[in-house]
Design a protein around this ligand. Structure first.
Ligand code: GUN
Length: 301
């Protein structure tokens, strides 16, 4: 069996075409959706990610505001910047690129962002809302993965999902979102003993460990869906995921490539959340009343 490729680039392109239409609706009502991105310091990877976010905004007609702060900025200055953006009616989404320099407490920064503008979904309120299945802004990477899974036509209810990696940004929210969709979820992490014993049982294997070559075919059930969230730069400059793609694709039914799988979807879902925020700020702009994450009704109770 050779797996079918889940093409995140193509799905992103399709979604972004729809976004331009939504931006048009908003503009017709006098609302120009806007996203503010705060980057502290000069981490090269973060600069690339922020650049991609700004580019996606331009592509979709979303106004972007790039706020660059020096690496030695004080916590008070970061909080004051967020306060100013919280009060700015032209800003519908605020994102603070992570990681932050060690002297800035991440939790205090994330909690300073207005819940209604928290398009990353990292504020404690939105994390709690995700636990109960009522999130407005699901975190972008797991949200993108969910749409990639939907694109395969798979109903995750009752399926064994194994998530490798328990980060606050990907692994934990991913597990919660799929639990909400009634999957049986296992979250593995760096201290998990005998990882293969878990992964081999996965109908859906989602890997977000940041370790190139971690997942070899012996760890994958035949016919599994494999989603690779890893983005790793090898010494020779190649970008690879956490999954041995060429070998695992001979065993899986569906697989995401790196690059071109999850990566573009993360940025696309950031724009989705920003538009949702703008639409929530002006309920008539979208023309319907769907302003929340599309959790299945049966699972909401
Ligand atoms: N750093 C790595 N991924 C992310 C993300 O999704 N959002 C933010 N703000 N920072 C990140």
């Amino acid at each position: 069996m050779t797996a079918q490729i889940i093409d995140g680039k193509a799905l992103s392109r399709q979604l972004r075409a729809g976004f331009r239409e939504r931006v048009g609706h908003l503009q017709a009502q006098g609302v120009q959706p806007g996203l503010a991105v705060i980057l502290v310091g000069e981490n090269p990877a973060s600069q690339v990610y922020v650049g991609n976010k700004i580019k996606a905004c331009e592509e979709c007609g979303v106004r972007s505001l790039h706020v660059g702060l020096p690496a030695d900025v004080s916590e008070a200055e970061v909080l004051a910047t967020i306060e100013r953006l919280n009060a700015d009616e032209q800003v519908h989404g605020i994102l603070v690129q992570l990681p932050l320099p060690p002297h800035i407490p991440v939790a205090r920064v994330l909690e300073a962002i207005a819940v209604d503008k928290d398009v990353d979904g990292f504020h404690l309120y939105n994390v709690g809302a995700l636990v109960t299945g009522h999130s407005i802004f699901p975190p972008c990477t797991p949200y993108g993965v969910q749409l990639l899974l939907d694109a395969t036509g798979t109903d995750v209810a009752g399926q064994n999902v194994v998530v490798v990696g328990a980060s606050n940004i990907v692994g934990k929210p991913m597990g919660l979102m799929l639990l909400q969709r009634e999957a049986t979820v296992t979250i593995c992490h760096a201290k998990t003993r005998d990882l293969a014993q878990h992964t081999i049982l996965a109908d859906i294997l989602i890997v977000a460990a940041g370790k190139p070559g971690l997942i070899v075919p012996q760890m994958v059930k035949r016919g599994a869906i494999v989603i690779d969230v890893g983005i790793n730069r090898l010494p020779d400059g190649r970008i690879v995921g956490d999954v041995c793609f060429d070998e695992v694709k001979e065993k899986a039914s569906w697989i995401t490539p790196v690059p071109g799988g999850v990566g573009p979807m993360t940025v696309t879902m950031l724009i989705e959340n920003t538009l949702r925020s703008a639409e929530r700020s002006f309920p008539l702009a979208r023309g319907d009343d769907r302003h929340g994450w599309d959790a299945p009704p049966a699972a909401r109770a």
